[in-house]
Design a protein around this ligand. Structure first.
Ligand SMILES: [Zn+2]
Length: 289
């Protein structure tokens, strides 16, 4: 008897799903239980669109972690900042963050706007983190490519590195979610097969951690967008929710501290620019005409 096509597909998907999980899921690394973990993001919805698999995993009750989400901007590009702040709390609840209302912070500083063309001041971000997030042991953020090449995303790793370096006695570890080439972005969990054949290599020689969601964890991530971030649910988001591998898989690498060399160069460049600006201001004050 020939089984109807839809029946074959509905049987195949769960089999393929659990097989994919079994070939790439790493055990939880040591030091990821009973920890204070901060997810450092740029905009409300980053946590759901890019960090869902790792967030749902690390917020599971058996790991007993305290999860905090820090969003540097309120995502006010279209003037929806205050709505999006509330949506971030709802999304965090759906993703399993305990006491989400108290564990979500939106910095929302006018000098750190939601903009694709503004490079954020990493020293300012570091200062905010230093003032409010002392207990953090683990920081999870974007890598230097920022997944989508967004300038705001790319500012976060150097800022996190500065923060970790400022108090090296605390031995904070920084992990980044890896950016992947465009052709792999929209193959959903089938990217597991690519990862299986090409295991993650950490350029810093430190640990890696690959996690693929179960179906129920995937639905949490999906709902974080569809129920949590309602204002962002434009038609094309459905494509992301269904096909983006970041909705199913996160592969993380631990970053060697204190500051990656490129970021150090960037940090020095920004420091010089800031000093220049300051001296120009002083000169203007002294010579108003
Ligand atoms: Zn973003």
């Amino acid at each position: 008897m020939i089984l109807p096509f839809s029946l074959i597909v509905s049987l195949l998907i769960p089999i393929l799903w659990s097989f994919s999980q079994s070939i790439i899921n790493d055990p939880v690394p040591s030091g990821f239980r009973n920890q204070n973990i901060t997810f450092l993001i740029a905009h409300p919805d980053d946590e759901a669109m890019f960090f869902g698999p790792i967030l749902t995993k690390l917020s599971s009750k058996d790991l007993n972690n305290n999860i905090t989400i820090v969003s540097i901007s309120s995502g006010d590009f279209e003037g929806l900042g205050s709505i999006r702040e509330q949506e971030l709390v709802r999304s965090a609840e759906i993703l399993g963050v305990a006491e989400a209302k108290n564990r979500v912070l939106v910095v929302n500083d006018p000098d750190l706007p939601d903009s694709m063309s503004v490079e954020w001041d990493i020293f300012k971000i570091e200062k905010v983190l230093a003032e409010h997030y002392q207990p953090t042991n683990i920081i999870i953020t974007f890598d230097s490519k920022g997944i989508s090449d967004h300038l705001n995303h790319k500012s976060l790793l150097p800022a996190a590195s500065l923060w970790a370096a400022a108090d090296s006695k605390l031995h904070r570890s920084i992990w980044t979610v890896r950016s992947i080439p465009t052709w792999r972005k929209y193959i959903s969990y089938l990217d597991a097969f690519y990862l299986y054949l090409n295991p993650v290599k950490n350029p810093y020689g430190l640990r890696t951690y690959t996690v693929m969601s179960s179906y129920s964890q995937y639905t949490q991530t999906r709902d974080a967008m569809t129920v949590g971030h309602v204002s962002q649910m434009k038609w094309f988001r459905w494509g992301w929710i269904t096909l983006s591998r970041y909705m199913f898989i996160n592969d993380l690498v631990q970053v060697k501290g204190p500051i990656p060399i490129l970021s150090m160069k960037k940090a020095l460049k920004m420091m010089l620019e800031a000093e220049d600006k300051e001296s120009q201001k002083q000169n203007k004050k002294q010579n108003p005409f």
